[in-house]
Design a protein around this ligand. Structure first.
Ligand code: HEM
Length: 61
């Protein structure tokens, strides 16, 4: 099944409309900014994706 990429704001609005049965909010409004800011506070060390640091190649190698 092919799905188009959705922004975080669009996904939040889908959740508000479908499971929560509410009315979508302005994707650029203060309420949306507040919801995203709140979501960011939920990210802890254990939920952050692990990114590997690639060592720089030494000159001459
Ligand atoms: C303010 C933010 C959000 C709210 C209030 C919210 C709310 C909800 C609620 C109430 C459900 C139904 C849960 C259930 O039936 O047990 C749901 C399902 C879901 N949400 Fe959200 N959501 C939010 C953000 C997001 C985001 C950011 C994503 C993805 C990036 C997401 C992806 C999903 C998916 C995939 C489901 C379906 C899960 C399932 O069917 O098991 N939601 N959301």
């Amino acid at each position: 099944m092919k799905m188009d990429k959705k922004s975080l704001e669009e996904v939040i609005n889908i959740c508000i409309e479908k499971p929560l049965g509410g009315a979508a909010i302005d994707t650029k409004g203060q309420d949306m900014k507040d919801l995203i800011a709140y979501m960011k506070t939920l990210v802890t060390k254990s939920t952050k994706p692990v990114t590997k640091k690639v060592p720089k190649k030494n000159k001459g190698c």
